[in-house]
Write a protein that binds this ligand. Structure first.
Ligand code: ATR
Length: 288
């Protein structure tokens, strides 16, 4: 029996969680967390919570007062969530955004950012033999999604990060904020040169996503052993990944980052560290 065929009713002691976003209808989190709740037979519930930006703080405190175990926070609330928390994890502070909140028994609001954890765990699970953090990493993009990737690579002791973005100023600002000499900003047109000797390439731009232009980058200088990954997961096989695979590089698609970033929240709220499996991937990708 697959988990989505299992249904259990809620009880008076059900654990409650959800995802706050505006809009939230696109979020895959209810499906993902709901799959795990069913798989592990947990007396709990995870619901979409459409919350307008102006109501964020009131809604958050209300969820705490309603006895929720915690919530995920998605666009556009990730920065506001940071200000609304009583305590922040080190990685949330370093990333400057919160995506996972836990309410303690005495009413404290704890904020964490698990995006970088999701990024690294995905690489570890799909490419266990890759020494992706042993050499220079090339990171394309400097938007919100990029920060967590940078912070997690620094935590993995990556010796050098070549950060390149169409708007150089944004990459410079990000490097200044994170303030680690291992981050070197490279001009966008020079990205192909930055691939020389790299052990990891990460696309954090929206290029390659459904409805967006392709990411056009010449991979000739990239060592064949370098791991290539994309945080775009619609489509799963972006042009970058197709091109990298054709020339023999190991590749990791972006869906796993989404699945793994959800684990710490589920673990805290429902007391089980859930597994990311092929069946889960298929379930999350299948139509609702
Ligand atoms: P998010 O916060 O989700 O990462 P974002 O802040 O809009 O989204 O960032 C999108 C990223 O894709 C940025 O790095 C952006 O580059 P700019 O900072 O120059 O805008 C990058 N991006 C989007 N469209 C692009 C394009 N046509 N060419 C190059 N980079 C592009």
């Amino acid at each position: 029996m697959t988990p989505h065929h299992t249904y259990r009713t809620l009880t008076g002691t059900s654990r409650l969680a959800g995802v706050m976003g505006w809009p939230v209808s696109h979020s895959k989190s209810p499906r993902l967390q709901g799959y795990w709740l069913a798989k592990y037979g947990i007396d709990g519930c995870y619901m979409p919570l459409p919350v307008k930006p102006e109501n964020f703080e009131t809604a958050l405190k209300s969820l705490r007062d309603l006895g929720f175990a915690g919530v995920n926070v998605t666009i556009p609330h990730k920065e506001a969530a940071m200000a609304a928390c009583d305590q922040l994890s080190d990685r949330a502070k370093r990333v400057g955004a919160v995506n996972t909140i836990t309410f303690t028994e005495n009413g404290e609001v704890l904020g964490d950012n698990t995006d970088g954890f999701g990024f690294v765990e995905n690489l570890r699970q799909v490419a266990p033999d890759s020494a992706f953090a042993s050499g220079p990493a090339v990171v394309l993009g400097a938007g919100g999604a990029c920060r967590a990737v940078l912070v997690s690579l620094l935590e993995e002791d990556c010796p050098e990060i070549r950060l390149t973005n169409r708007t150089r100023k944004r990459a410079e600002d990000l490097a200044t904020e994170i303030n680690d000499p291992r981050i070197k900003v490279v001009d966008w047109p020079l990205a192909p040169d930055a691939l020389l000797g790299a052990s990891l390439v990460v696309n954090t731009t929206s290029l390659g996503m459904v409805g967006q232009p392709k990411l056009e980058i010449d991979l000739d200088g990239l060592p064949q052993t370098a791991l290539v990954t994309d945080i775009v997961y619609a489509p799963l096989m972006t042009d970058l990944l197709v091109k990298a695979r054709e020339r023999g590089n190991p590749i990791v698609d972006g869906l796993g980052m989404l699945l793994h970033q959800a684990r710490p929240g589920f673990h805290r709220w429902f007391a089980i560290d859930p597994e990311v499996t092929q069946e889960l991937r298929d379930f999350v990708l299948s139509p609702d």
